[in-house]
Design a protein around this ligand. Sequence first.
Ligand code: URP
Ligand code: ZN
Ligand code: ZN
Ligand code: ZN
Length: 471
Amino acid sequence: MTFDTIIRGGTIATASDTFACDIGIRNGRIAALGDNLGTAGEIVDASGKLVLPGGIDSHVHISQPSGPDIVMADDFASATRSAAFGGNTMVLPFAMQQKGQSLREVVADYHRKADGQCYIDVSFHLIIADATDAVLGQELPALVHDGYTSFKVFMTYEGLALSDIEMLNVMSVARETGALVMIHAENYDAIRFLTDRLERAGKTEPHHHATSRPIPVEREATHRAISLAELVDVPIMIVHVSNGEAMEEIRRAQQRGLKVYGETCPQYLVLTEKDLEGLNMEGTKYVCSPPPRDKASQQACWQGMQQGVFSLFSSDHCPFRYDDPKGKLTPKGRTSFRWVPNGIPGVETRLPILFSEGVGKGRISLNEFVALTSTNHAKTYGLYPKKGTIAVGADADLAIWDPNREVTISQSRMHGGSDYTPYEGIAVQGWPVSTMVRGKFVVRDGELAGTLGAGEYVPRAKSDYAKPGGA
Ligand code: URP
Ligand code: ZN
Ligand code: ZN
Ligand code: ZN
């Protein structure tokens, strides 16, 4: 048998197993796993390395409009390049509806931005901001049918927040169409109340972003989202969970047999609200929602992953430049935390942070790492088994890791569009040295080897995770 490429001598890990064998790749797919596979156009030596399913980051924001005079730091080229250097082979950004926009228009707009501009594969979630009858009755079901099988709704943010009845209506469409609803759970009115009160007291520095949306804001919304989903009998994914109280709401729901899933992110494992207290405006570098909390919350997020309450670990990559009036230092943002764009870069550092802090420090197994960063994303969002595993027939989306390489995270080694990393100075052990999408290197031995436009759009199937529990 002959192959296009054989990856030889590596240790393979999937979500369930770790084993040593070679990988034969033909026509972009894994064609064989075994020893002495035969000849190939190219033999890649992976001895001493780990070969893992490429990371799938199912929560990233790219080229999203973020308010007047604010510009996101990444376009599809820079975001997918950065992702590839971080060991990812696929990202799932959001196609965000703005009030008054038809969803078809939204989807066409994001395809215009992404088509021909990606280094790795992409698929889109929708964001529903305008839950009109036309959107819910016609557009959304048609788009789910076409492979946009998940959508996010927001319980906060001006222009995005849905009321409870709108949430219920969107959830009903998800139930009817078999789509999965992702929920940003924070109480909008509570944040507005606290923000107004802080501003009246002159408390406007960046760290009050955290004070304005404390844990009860998130816990209450999480509880409410779960209750609404229970009424409709529809599965939901609570995204970017930051603390133990929200995590316990999800755990309780799961223990009652509800299909409620949870996601957490690197910022909730290694940052705290203290980081928002930096000198001058440095704290804006860490402004994201929900905000990083405290050490106990970090512990709880680890537990959530260890105990299976959280099935996904995503970056929530949402990059703005720091030293830029169109980024974190917007003129209005200098007057109050209220106006600082929310979000931080992280698509390139997600995997090394979890590998080092999780696998390296014995908090999770290598197989759990693969599940949390790749396999579960593919399963949750209708990409499995094409994506998210190393198996015969799957796409040859692989990351080759040097488990011993020691790296201090710094902006100088990042490949995205932002001008800072919130993880500056964190020392990690283990780094993805090569990334391959459908059998072609995108990053090889730390150098860009892919071509812009080689990344493809992947429509998604409906997920088993979205099937109602009590049907
Ligand atoms: O602050 C954040 N997380 N910005 C990104 C948008 C979101 O809510 O996920
Ligand atoms: Zn969100
Ligand atoms: Zn203060
Ligand atoms: Zn997000």
